[in-house]
Design a protein around this ligand. Structure first.
Ligand SMILES: Nc1nc2c(c(=O)[nH]1)N[C@H]1C(S)=C(S)[C@@H](COP(=O)(O)OP(=O)(O)OC[C@H]3O[C@@H](n4cnc5c(=O)[nH]c(N)nc54)[C@H](O)[C@@H]3O)O[C@H]1N2
Ligand SMILES: Nc1nc2c(c(=O)[nH]1)N[C@H]1C(S)=C(S)[C@@H](COP(=O)(O)OP(=O)(O)OC[C@H]3O[C@@H](n4cnc5c(=O)[nH]c(N)nc54)[C@H](O)[C@@H]3O)O[C@H]1N2
Ligand code: SF4
Ligand SMILES: [Mo]
Length: 737
């Protein structure tokens, strides 16, 4: 007879999307058997979605790897942690010594922003590798926003978020928070907050080629032609100037380049953009007037306005509109969050500015952005012979074979590597190519703090949840895996992992004690380090960041408030946060001005007859949640949505297969006829295509779907940010007979 299992509860911040809801987990023995919203959470106040409710199932997925895998005789086999790190040290160092640091490429995927390890260690790994071959999910996502923020404000992380709870008017482009739960706008219960906006008399305009669940909640839905947002936003800007509707309010002395923007958008009249956007000029003028007239308003753009040909221009114009209507940095407008772990603010003044293109990629000459090269260029950097070729690759929490353009080509490239390491819980489409797989423990066994998302949250707050259950025997904490990986690649294999954290703490403190605005100014670094709370390296680092942060918090203070500490609504932060050379908001930075002729050319381009856009489903998350049975029941989700008129024209029948062809290849998918997509547009979700051999994803493989990114060949990029065009590219569709 086995001993009776005890039932307990534990708090855990949900890592499954950007909303960061507080969950109360039910734990039997060491297994999570249930999850509900934590009603006392200072931020999420009990909200939970179906993904959070499935936390236990995701956590205990039997397909999660339990021990490291090392390739022996061509086959991935279970191995000890010691063997895994020995192999990495033995294989990576000689490559670096012979071919230089760029011989090792690094891929960082999305879940890194959902773990403490993913926030704390990759910067150190990048420093240790000194490689320029850095590729992340940002160039499949929000890099355009980093670039526009870098240029406008001097800081690529200074991303204004809409003040959801106080705004009187929200203009949302290319986002569908009722399915995604929000992005670059961390807001538990985004749907509830939008409903509250309507209830208090506010208005919502949604710009999306699909009539999404979010669009259905709006006062106005504009079914724009995909890829045309920058033109639409330029016409709104034009109208503000044309009708004397600009009013910078309190920003007036803080902005330069306003007159230059007026000139730059002169040509983009509502009439001039109407055909490309497929919106009538009167509507465009009305939207501009509403924006100007609202007591407060925020313009907010996400994926559908970012992963497009003019993604950086669109991201820039979003904030140009926020500035010109006086809504940037004021309550009810778009504000900059202030998270508890950023260094305490320095005094306002000129900064170093933001440079783009400090180096270029080896094969195609793509300019770097924020130190990164386009993910879409990874395959060619592996395939193409010569000095600086990527010979070894480390992937951390990324599945680019499905999430980036042309997975088949990348598959072949990964096969051609000399050596590959994957830090990932699953053997999937990407990690199956690795020589060493390092599996992190399931989330219940990891502590959590949101380093990334607190910087994009609609309310300042800080929450820490310790591991809900102890590390299972044979497991290694993800932070320790990272630390050991850093040691293995930097010639310090075998040193204690705490050395990595100590070095990080020492480096941070050495700088902080010299800075007058730092809470550590003038302190003895050793004594300060010795006073840090926390029992592990990452906890001590969190404690340090909190102590050096703007609120003077400590890890102990967070532990005493397990439901979190509310730090209040967002507050104005200008001019302090500006790091531009002028010390002001630079409204028309030169690289953006130089990209405008490309937008002008788009005014006259003939629209493609049929273009494809993506979509998200509430129960999914990119490529890795298709293995949880309760999130994957019901009808097929990987369908090609087609408007009835297009279906008629193309001879497509509902429920029948169609062939979709584009520059990267051809796919077959089931047709779903619906007028929720506008005519001229078809929609297929991403993250599917789980039919490759050598993976261990039993549930996902049974309903694999197709990989939409196989339609792309990686050549379509937003040039300023290197971001792949994943929305609004031309396709041909025909019935499959
Ligand atoms: N066509 C099209 N393509 C897209 C998009 C789109 O809208 N359309 N969206 C893009 C966007 S926005 C993004 S962010 C990317 C995402 O693409 P990726 O960054 O590749 O992320 P995922 O597909 O979510 O894969 C996540 C990987 O992390 C692993 N993982 C899960 N949890 C953990 C963990 O705790 N630790 C570690 N180490 N690993 C973990 C999973 O097993 C999986 O291998 O996809 C992009 N691709
Ligand atoms: N359920 C679920 N939640 C997720 C994810 C997930 O995969 N599933 N992924 C997470 C990640 S990594 C991210 S980055 C966020 C993304 O969060 P969101 O930005 O909200 O992403 P989507 O839900 O894909 O919404 C994008 C919308 O843009 C529209 N669109 C496409 N092309 C255009 C265009 O040219 N112009 C305009 N105006 N609209 C266009 C699409 O129809 C779609 O409705 O979601 C996160 N949350
Ligand atoms: S909304 Fe996001 S954070 Fe909240 S429970 Fe759902 S998946 Fe988790
Ligand atoms: Mo993303």
């Amino acid at each position: 007879m086995s001993a009776p299992r005890s039932t307990a509860t534990a708090l855990r911040i949900c890592p499954l999307c950007e909303a960061t809801c507080g969950l109360t987990l039910t734990i039997e023995g060491t297994q999570v058997t249930g999850a509900r919203g934590d009603r006392d959470d200072v931020f999420s106040q009990g909200f939970i979605c179906p993904k959070g409710a499935a936390f236990g199932e995701v956590d205990s997925d039997p397909d999660r790897l339990k021990s490291p895998l090392v390739r022996k005789d061509g086959i991935l086999q279970e191995a000890t942690w010691a063997e895994a790190f020995d192999t990495i040290a033995a294989r990576i160092r000689p490559l670096v010594e012979e071919h230089g640091p760029n011989a090792v490429g690094l891929v960082l995927g999305n879940p890194n922003v959902h773990t403490m390890a993913g926030a704390l260690y990759p910067p150190l790994l990048i420093g240790a590798l000194r490689t320029r071959n850095l590729f992340t999910a940002s160039t499949l996502d929000q890099m355009p926003k980093h670039v526009s923020s870098g240029l406008l404000f001097g800081d690529p992380f200074a991303v204004p978020v809409p003040d959801l709870d106080r705004t009187a008017h929200l203009l949302m482009l290319g986002a569908n928070p009722l399915e995604s739960n929000g992005s670059l706008c961390t807001a538990p219960d985004f749907p509830g907050r939008l409903k509250a906006l309507r209830k208090r008399g506010g208005t919502l305009t949604v710009v999306d080629p699909r009539r999404t669940r979010t669009a259905r909640l709006a006062d106005r839905h504009l079914a724009i032609r995909p890829g045309a947002d920058a033109l639409f936003l330029a016409a709104l800007t034009h109208t503000l100037f044309d009708e004397n509707l600009t009013d910078l309010g309190g920003l007036a002395g803080l902005v330069e380049g306003v007159e230059e923007v007026r000139e730059a958008v002169r040509e983009f009249t509502p009439e001039a953009v109407a055909a490309a956007c497929d919106l009538d000029p009167t509507t465009i003028r009305t939207v501009a007037r509403e924006l100007a007239a609202a007591p407060s308003a925020a313009v907010y753009g996400r994926i559908g306005s970012s992963t497009v040909a003019h993604g950086t221009l669109a991201s820039w114009l979003v904030d140009v509109l926020n500035v010109l209507t006086g809504n940037l940095d004021r309550p009810g407008g778009a504000l900059f969050p202030l998270s508890a772990t950023v260094p305490a603010p320095r005094p306002a003044g000129p900064g170093k500015g933001f440079a783009l293109g400090r180096w270029t990629s080896r094969v195609s000459g793509h300019p770097e952005a924020k130190g990164e090269l386009p993910m879409a260029a990874l395959a060619e950097e592996i395939e193409t012979e010569g000095e600086g070729r990527v010979r070894a690759l480390i992937t951390i929490a990324g599945n680019p074979v499905l999430s980036a353009p042309d997975g088949r080509r990348l598959d072949a490239a990964l096969d051609a590597l000399d050596f590959m390491v994957a830090l990932d819980p699953y053997l999937n489409e990407t990690t199956r190519h690795a020589d060493v797989v390092l599996p992190p423990p399931p989330p219940s066994q990891s502590a959590h703090f949101d380093f990334a998302f607190n910087g994009f949250a609609v309310r300042n707050q800080a929450r820490f949840t310790p591991a809900a259950v102890p590390l299972e025997e044979g497991r290694m904490d993800e932070c320790e895996i990272h630390a050991r990986l850093i040691l293995a690649v930097s010639g310090m294999h075998g040193a204690p992992p705490s050395a990595v954290d100590d070095l990080a703490i020492d480096t941070t403190l050495a700088k902080a004690v010299t800075q007058e605005h730092s809470p550590a100014h003038g302190a003895d670094p050793r004594a300060f380090a010795a006073s840090l709370g926390g029992t592990t390296g990452p906890e001590r680092r969190l404690d340090l960041m909190l102590r050096l942060g703007p609120y003077g918090l400590t890890l102990d203070a967070l532990r005493e408030q397990p439901h979190g500490i509310d730090l209040g609504p967002l507050r104005p932060r200008l001019p302090q946060l500006l790091k531009t050379r002028s010390g002001r908001v630079e409204l028309l930075p030169a690289p953006l001005a130089a990209d405008l002729p490309r937008l002008r050319a788009a005014l006259h381009a003939r629209p493609d007859a049929l273009v494809l856009v993506g979509r998200r489903h509430l129960r999914s998350n990119n490529s890795w949640l298709h293995n949880a049975p309760s999130l994957n029941g019901g009808s097929n989700r990987c369908t090609l949505q087609v408007h009835p008129e297009d279906a008629d024209r193309l001879g497509l029948a509902d429920g029948k297969p169609a062939r979709i062809t584009a520059e990267g290849g051809a796919l077959e998918a089931e047709v779903e006829i619906t007028d929720a997509v506008r005519s001229g547009v078809v929609s297929l979700p991403h993250g599917w295509g789980h039919d490759r051999p050598g993976t261990r994803l039993g549930v996902a493989a049974a309903r694999p779907g197709v990989n939409v990114n196989q339609l792309l060949d990686g050549s379509r990029l937003d040039p300023l940010s290197g971001t792949a065009v994943l929305n609004g590219f031309p396709v041909q569709v025909s019935p499959l007979l």
